[in-house]
Write a protein that binds this ligand. Structure first.
Ligand code: F6P
Length: 197
């Protein structure tokens, strides 16, 4: 598409407890952000009747996009390719708990976050490969696109859109409650960031 919007889901219950992964619902703050997103699209000068919405299989993205039922072209499309990085045996833990229970794993990830693969889970390199066909697909879309996804997946998406250095991917800033718009021009993509809180 010539216009692609990306956002993380609104703050989840797990985010408030600093737990990674899981499949929790939105916090009160997260719901407020989802309402903010709806207002953004409804109050914009642009028309979004043909906006194609995508979310992951996880509740926090579906709940966020649920607030946008009156915006865009019907039901969101649920895509497993945009699920958060699979943290395997470390899923549903805090980073402190991981360091305590799996100190070797914690060290290995710190040393090489890009290539480190969680046992029974994924690495950023795995994630980049998982996302590539989806990102190419939405770039070809005839309509504007909104993707509600997750921190690690959006790092890979921004790298794809901006052509950054692969080593930088795991450290790209993708804060909660910000919407990023990419508009294609003859010079490449123009990026605009809208921050909420
Ligand atoms: O903490 C939120 C979260 O989306 C986790 O679910 C995920 O494991 C993590 O961020 C990815 O970020 P990092 O690769 O920096 O641990």
């Amino acid at each position: 598409s010539t216009t692609i919007y990306f956002s993380r889901h609104g703050q989840s219950i797990y985010n408030t407890k600093e737990l990674i992964g899981g499949d929790s619902l939105l916090s009160a703050k997260g719901k407020k952000y989802a309402e903010g997103l709806r207002k953004f699209f409804q109050e914009s000068q642009e028309k979004f009747d043909d906006l194609q919405k995508y979310c992951s299989t996880l509740k926090r993205t579906q709940q966020t996009i649920g607030y946008l039922s009156e915006v865009g072209a019907g039901e969101p499309i649920i895509r497993p390719e945009i699920d958060e990085i699979n943290a395997g045996i470390c899923d549903s833990m805090t980073y402190e708990q991981i360091e305590e229970k799996f100190p070797e794993e914690f060290k290995l990830r710190k040393k090489d976050k890009l290539n480190y693969r969680y046992p029974e889970g994924e690495s950023y390199i795995d994630l980049k490969a998982r996302l590539k066909p989806f990102l190419e697909e939405i770039e070809e879309s005839q309509t504007p696109v909104l993707v509600i996804s997750h921190q690690a997946t959006l790092r890979c998406a921004y790298d794809h859109m901006k052509g950054l250095k692969t080593e930088e991917i795991p450290y790209i800033q993708v804060p909660l409650h910000s919407l990023v718009k990419f508009e294609r021009s003859i010079f490449g993509y123009r990026e605009t960031i809208y921050k909420y809180d």
